[in-house]
Design a protein around this ligand. Structure first.
Ligand code: 2HA
Ligand code: ZN
Length: 284
């Protein structure tokens, strides 16, 4: 045993993976998402790209428990480590039982195999939406090297809105921008929208990742939403704001509107915060 290994084994007896700050963030996020009613049963999934140096404080990243084939290639992520929610697992249970509901994987050099470093103690595996997650990580990293989180969930009001609103992404975003003054501040870059597609496969993963090159938010019509962020708070905050705006939309959609936020006012908000609304999405 070399010195590093001895040091790590001593530290590990003190530092428990399930209480590492990044695992705590994931436990808290899943608990909040469940509490908000966004993640019924096994709905939703989250992936968090970890800093390997930080992870090494808790476990030996060169040793793995088992290998799990991913069914797609993510060469650009070879060697990267992710904390991921498990397939068939309930967000409701993540906080009290992280070792069975979460896993930490390291993408093998072939880019097609996930090496399990920790978690899924009951023999479980990563979310069925791993293709959409890892492909979206690659897209976001290509435009923002600091992106770490991809979050998928089923927010109730947003889902309802996809049944009754035009799915044109410019119109969908503009409606939401008008619902709360804060929306322009939170997502001036707009929201991408995909039509209904079958979930859990590479095709929807590729379509989501394509949109993620342009947007941090991608709606899956009649299903849910994907959000991306540098931090758990950023991804969560984006989705939370969209969901609140969708709730307002549903409360007023059937009523005669007497006051609204105009496009000129949306521009004032963007200017006031030093932001730029997505090019061509305001009618000025
Ligand atoms: O894994 O949300 O999209 C549960 C889902 C699938
Ligand atoms: Zn889903």
């Amino acid at each position: 045993m070399n010195f590093d290994k001895i040091k790590r084994s001593i530290t590990q007896s003190v530092l428990d993976v399930k209480n590492a700050p990044f695992v705590r963030e994931m436990r808290k996020a899943c608990a909040n998402m469940y509490r908000l009613g966004w993640d019924e049963r096994n709905g939703g999934n989250v992936s968090y790209m970890l800093d390997e140096k930080e992870l090494e404080k808790y476990l030996d990243t060169s040793e793995y428990i088992r290998e799990i084939p991913m069914g797609f290639k993510a060469e650009k992520l070879a060697g990267k480590c992710f904390l991921v929610t498990g397939t068939g697992k309930y967000f409701k249970n993540v906080d009290e039982d992280p070792e069975n509901n979460l896993g930490i994987i390291k993408i093998a050099p072939d880019g097609e195999t996930a090496r399990l470093l920790w978690g899924w103690e009951d023999g479980g595996r990563f979310t069925s939406e791993l293709p959409a997650h890892l492909m979206s990580h690659m897209s976001r990293l290509s435009v923002d090297s600091e992106n770490r989180i991809i979050m998928h969930t089923h927010p109730t009001n947003l889902l309802a809105m996809t049944f009754v609103h035009d799915l044109n992404e410019r119109e969908f975003t503009r409606t939401l921008w008008r619902m709360i003054t804060e929306c322009m501040v939170v997502f001036p870059d707009g929201i991408g929208v995909l039509p209904w597609m079958l979930c859990g496969n590479n095709e929807i993963g590729e379509a989501t990742a394509e949109k993620m090159k342009e947007f941090r938010l991608v709606v899956w019509a009649n299903h849910g939403i994907y959000g991306a962020g540098k931090t758990m708070d950023e991804a969560f905050g984006l989705i939370e704001t969209v969901e609140k705006a969708a709730e307002l939309y549903l409360k007023i959609a059937h009523l005669p509107v007497k006051n609204t936020i105009t496009d000129a006012q949306l521009k004032i908000i963007a200017d006031g915060f030093g932001l730029k609304a997505k090019e061509g999405w305001l009618d000025l």
